[in-house]
Design a protein around this ligand. Structure first.
Ligand SMILES: O=c1nc[nH]c2c1ncn2[C@H]1C[C@H](O)[C@@H](COP(=O)(O)OP(=O)(O)OP(=O)(O)O)O1
Ligand SMILES: [Mg+2]
Length: 202
């Protein structure tokens, strides 16, 4: 029987990346997009880790299963770490990637390239009823460009320049992004827990 994991996300881009990252291991990935009636969880935490735990524990309770939640975002040094935990709703409640990008670029007008340093953060929380919740984190360093470039990925990828690739995150193939991303790095830290995570519920 195929092993299955539930990722507590309604974000299509994230769900796809988890699919790509985990199918290599022969794991079938479900996300909240497969369960349209599941409740929304308010992200009231002040850190990525806190929000990941909130989402993971609420959905573990709802599904009575081991669940992994991802809370992630972009932290820009010239903006004192913003948009940070507010990345998804930076330009408004409707969570519009284009508007979020436009707002960031507007706020960075006139800031020279070398001062446009930024990093993506990803916190992953693993929760299940009766299990102590665990959290791992990963980051990816880069620079914010002056104009969006590239069609791949999601969110802020078109304005996130990855120095070691000489391209924006949205110009990388999904394989390339999955080698260097904050999400891939955080996921790699779950390696030791992996057997427990997929063997618990079948
Ligand atoms: O690899 C990435 N490449 C580009 N942008 C990214 C990435 N990873 C996170 N981001 C941005 C998207 C969103 O603006 C925010 C996540 O917010 P976050 O609350 O974690 O996700 P979400 O609300 O879209 O879906 P959900 O909470 O259901 O998982 O950071
Ligand atoms: Mg969210």
């Amino acid at each position: 029987m195929m092993k299955q994991v539930i990722i507590a996300t309604k974000n299509v881009g994230k769900a796809r990346e988890f699919q790509e990252l985990l199918e290599k291991k022969g794991i079938e990935v479900k996300s909240l997009l497969d369960f349209p009636n599941c409740p929304d969880v308010e992200e009231t935490g002040s850190t990525f880790a806190e929000n990941a735990v909130l989402k993971a524990e609420a959905m573990a309770h709802y599904f009575h299963a081991i669940v992994i939640a991802d809370d992630s975002g972009l932290s820009i040094d010239a903006l004192d770490g913003r948009p940070g935990v507010y990345s998804a709703r930076y330009a408004g409640e409707e969570k519009n990637d284009q508007k979020n990008i436009a707002k960031v670029l507007e706020e960075l007008k006139g800031v020279p390239f070398e001062k446009r340093t930024a990093r993506f953060h990803c916190a992953l929380a693993v929760a299940a009823p009766g299990r102590r919740t665990t959290v791992v984190e990963g980051t990816c360093e880069g620079y914010i460009t002056e104009v969006p470039k590239g069609e791949n990925g999601f969110g802020y990828d078109p304005i996130f320049y990855v120095p070691q690739k000489g391209k924006t995150m949205a110009e990388l193939s999904k394989e390339e992004k999955n080698q260097i991303s904050h999400r891939a790095k955080a996921l790699a830290k779950l390696e030791k827990q992996w057997d427990e995570i997929i063997n618990d519920k079948e």
